[in-house]
Design a protein around this ligand. Structure first.
Ligand code: AHM
Ligand code: MG
Length: 334
């Protein structure tokens, strides 16, 4: 019989890998896993539970919030608040950082940045959505953690990952020692190791981008899209185009099969759309750990300076050779 390794068992086994092996990071990851299961339960029955649709409010980005956006945000913040290891949560759904200042969190050393429900426009139509998380260690050693503790570069991340609520629900994460994926077994309510040591193929033949914005892309991006579409048997082109509107789903596919996901700068969004702290940096850390590459078109995502929690960035992320080619074409027009 095949032996099962649960996320909880795996986290404890790997605890000694962390530079600060006191169990706090393990507990934090466990708390995220628990919140993910609760969100998964609601996502799965969303059509029945009357929590589909708009909440009638907008978030800091000026985007309409879905009821499930708010529900997922509450679940993750509540798990992190009661867990005792997290001192600040930065969430896509909260304009201000959430400072956790309760009895159990007095000595908390970790900062969690989170997009509780990424791709939530897909919720009403039953297409995959996800959660993205990133974990930093606070730099300040005294008093209350501050905004300075939040504004760390992606290279400072201690752990990062995502949960994909798809045809099956998976939690994929890294603590800087490779990438491992866990599939939720609903019959026992546990994430079980299903994808050990995930490696992103260096090359791929699937590209993901919202081509509806083609007219607004910079010339280098247009040139790369054309490159993807041109016939060339040697390089297996034309590539296939796949875009779900959910970065987690598109990147998960790229991680498993190879491919590139792009959300470039556009004439309307000169800095790109996605948020550096809780979308680009965690995905970049994870993808690099799997042997892939993440760039804003010119520079490594993980080295970008973080000036504010909701900062945006363009992103080109996925199989290393594909990202290199996109960068090469963008450079032609710079
Ligand atoms: P969200 O966090 O508000 O859901 O926005 C992020 C999402 C990505 O998951 C997805 O790839 C992209 O936005 C889709 O945006 P667009 O509809 O502009 O292509
Ligand atoms: Mg998002």
């Amino acid at each position: 019989m095949k032996s099962i390794k649960t996320l909880g068992q795996f986290i404890i086994e790997k605890q000694a890998d962390h530079p600060y092996a006191k169990g706090e990071l393990s507990r934090l990851l466990r708390d995220i896993g628990i919140a993910a299961k609760i969100v998964n339960r609601e996502v799965n029955k969303a059509g029945l539970a009357n929590i589909l649709g708009d909440a009638g409010s907008v978030n800091i980005q000026g985007e309409g919030q879905k009821m499930l956006d708010i529900y997922a945000n509450e679940q993750f913040i509540s798990a992190l608040t009661s867990g005792g290891e997290c001192c600040i949560v930065v969430s896509e759904e909260n304009e201000d950082c959430v400072y956790i200042d309760n009895e159990v969190s007095q000595d908390a050393k970790y900062i969690v940045a989170i997009d509780p429900l990424d791709g939530s426009s897909n919720i009403d139509v039953n297409v995959s959505v996800g959660t993205i998380f990133s974990i930093y260690r606070r730099k300040s050693t005294e008093g209350r953690a501050t905004l300075e503790d939040v504004l760390q570069r992606g290279t400072d991340q201690i752990a990062a990952g995502y949960i994909i609520y798809g045809s099956s629900t998976m939690l994929v994460y890294t603590t800087g020692k490779g990438v491992n994926g866990f599939t939720l077994d609903p019959s026992i309510g546990e994430f079980c190791l299903s994808h050990p040591h995930m490696q992103m193929p260096k090359e791929g033949n699937i590209y993901s981008i919202n081509e509806g914005y083609y007219a607004h892309f910079p010339d280098g991006v247009k040139k790369y899209i054309k490159y993807c579409q041109v016939e060339d048997a040697k390089t297996h082109r034309p590539y296939t185009s796949r875009y779900t509107g959910s970065m987690v789903a598109d990147l998960h596919r790229s991680l498993v099969k190879g491919g590139i996901y792009m959300y470039p700068m556009t004439a309307h969004a000169p800095l790109g759309k996605l948020r550096l702290v809780y979308e680009c940096n965690p995905m970049a850390f994870l993808v690099e750990q799997a042997g892939g590459k993440a760039s804003n078109g010119y520079e490594r995502i993980l080295e970008l300076e973080v000036k504010e929690p909701h900062q945006r960035s363009a992103i080109f992320i996925g199989s290393e050779n594909m990202v290199n080619k996109a960068e090469e074409m963008i450079a032609c027009f710079s």
